[in-house]
Ligand binder design. Structure first.
Ligand code: TZP
Ligand code: MG
Length: 207
């Protein structure tokens, strides 16, 4: 199993873009392309349905050695025994998440400012997401943070920092030039004509 510390490219199976019917196919494509970690994110589904989909993903992600992260739903992560869980600023605190999912499940946290990034590290997260860097339809209600704090976040936070929000092949060079070492890519992968090829080509540029 790949370790979150070694991950550079983080993919999300977001049910805003992928139908339930396509979850397994998309999971396979993202893994084949070389995603180092995958999250299941389904803002509009009930926990029971999220658990069903996660159980479909798990044999696929495990066969590729890719950790599976559940967004928001601690109880689903605990029930299926996946590798990670991800919480936002309005969700349960890291200590609560850890108490529910246990020591073998890592905990990631979304951050939207330098101050939140530093606080998430102090709170004990295992990794952070930092963004949205750009305006994005995947998280439409958020003001983009831009690129100006990316380098400073990496100076102040020793945890893995995954830059997120509007990241795509066309923007990757400037995101890396701003100081990013790890990225999360959602819609640019899920909407690609050839998903595994898009993942593979972007991953090749992250090393
Ligand atoms: N958190 C901050 S931005 C974002 C999340 C979940 C969405 C990123 O999606 P995309 O499509 O890569 O902009
Ligand atoms: Mg959340």
């Amino acid at each position: 199993m790949k370790r979150i510390q070694d991950a550079r490219l983080y993919g999300i199976v977001d049910l805003g873009y992928v139908t339930a019917d396509n979850v397994e196919r998309m999971t396979e494509q993202l893994c084949l392309g070389g995603a180092d970690v995958l999250q299941l994110r389904a803002k509009k589904l009930v926990p029971q349905e999220i658990e069903r989909l996660a159980r479909l993903m798990l044999p696929i992600t495990r066969s590729h050695g890719v950790p599976l992260v559940i967004n928001d739903h601690l109880e689903v992560a605990a029930a299926i025994g996946c590798e990670g869980v991800h919480v936002g600023q309005d969700d349960d605190v890291v200590a609560k998440a850890r108490a529910v999912v246990g020591p073998s499940c890592f905990v990631g946290k979304s951050t939207h400012s330098l101050a939140q990034a530093v606080a998430a590290q102090a709170e004990g997260a295992d990794y952070i997401g930092f963004g949205p860097l750009y305006a994005t339809g995947t998280k439409p209600d958020y003001v983009p943070v831009g690129l100006s704090d990316v380098a400073e976040v990496h100076r102040r936070v020793t945890l893995p920092v995954f830059c997120i929000g509007g990241v795509n092949a066309g923007r990757l060079d400037e995101v890396i030039a701003a100081g990013a070492r790890r990225v999360v890519v959602v819609s640019a992968f899920l909407l690609a004509a050839d998903v595994s090829d898009e993942v593979r080509r972007l991953k090749a540029r992250l090393v």
